[in-house]
Ligand binder design. Structure first.
Ligand code: 58G
Length: 252
């Protein structure tokens, strides 16, 4: 899968995505990340990419021409049958969730447009953007951090990015519940001990404990997820074991 990030701060995005697991995934060829500096496509001699909004108001906007020229250069040599999407990171967008990450993971190419200042000229959105996407209900100074976050969440769903052993493990959100607490050595730390069931080696009890923990945590912190989970997985109510009726005299 290929990611193209259109930004005024390509170094910032590269620094984030060259680190750790996503950096390794790029080196091994599981994913490709290309950062494009929108300023390289500025037309005027001062390389200006921002301008004041028509109608007045605060601050500056990113002008449409450099953004659209940058986009044209990205898709210029792309195969005609390429499955791709151009996404503008914006507080007005559709909410980014694990489901959206799964949807994007099936594309050949994801093009992410990062705004700065007070946003971008509406005509650039109309011209090149397929979808506006929001990573949460807050306003940031730029779309770069949201773009990195999307690349991370999508990349870890791509084959080979995570070790096979953990790729398909049931996990927080992905399984519909928040994750149960986890522990590693030492067994006792500052007077706190690991829940004994985890040391018991009894796999069914461990599975049950983790399920109970995940359910209780989700119910407390995310009643919305809890309700959805219960609706999809109705709890199995054990029928009370009926006592064998003592046989009446003479009955067989
Ligand atoms: C208002 C302010 C509208 C994404 C700024 C648009 C991007 C939050 C998110 C902007 C973002 C999010 C300029 C800076 C977009 C532009 C960018 N803030 N919640 N800020 O996903």
């Amino acid at each position: 899968m290929k990611f193209d990030i259109m930004t005024l701060f390509p170094d910032m995005v590269r620094t984030v995505l060259d680190a750790s697991i996503i950096g390794r995934a790029q080196k091994s060829g599981c994913i490709e990340v290309a950062c494009h500096n929108i300023r390289d496509h500025a037309c005027n001699k001062h390389n200006n990419v921002d301008d004041t909004p028509f109608g007045g108001g605060m601050g500056m906007l990113m002008a449409a021409p450099p953004i659209c020229r940058c986009y044209d250069a990205i898709v210029e040599n792309a195969p005609a049958d390429e499955r791709r999407r151009c996404v503008y990171l914006s507080p007005k967008g559709r909410a980014f969730t694990q489901e959206v990450a799964k949807e994007y993971a099936s594309l050949d190419r994801l093009i992410l447009l990062c705004g700065h200042y007070e946003g971008i000229d509406q005509r650039a959105i109309e011209e090149i953007v397929d979808e506006e996407l929001s990573v949460g209900d807050y306003v940031l100074t730029g779309g770069e951090l949201p773009a990195c976050l999307v690349v991370d969440a999508v990349s870890r769903l791509i084959d080979g990015v995570l070790p096979a052993s953990i790729a398909y493990e049931e996990e927080s959100i992905a399984g519909g519940l928040l994750e149960y607490p986890q522990y590693t050595r030492p067994v006792e730390f500052r007077g706190r001990t690991v829940p004994p069931v985890l040391l018991s080696g009894h796999h069914e009890n461990i599975r049950q404990w983790r399920e109970e923990q995940a359910l209780a945590l989700t119910r407390e912190r995310r009643p919305d997820l809890y309700e959805a989970y219960i609706a999809a997985h109705p709890p199995k109510v054990k029928k009370p074991r009926r006592k064998k009726k003592p046989k009446a005299e003479g009955e067989e």
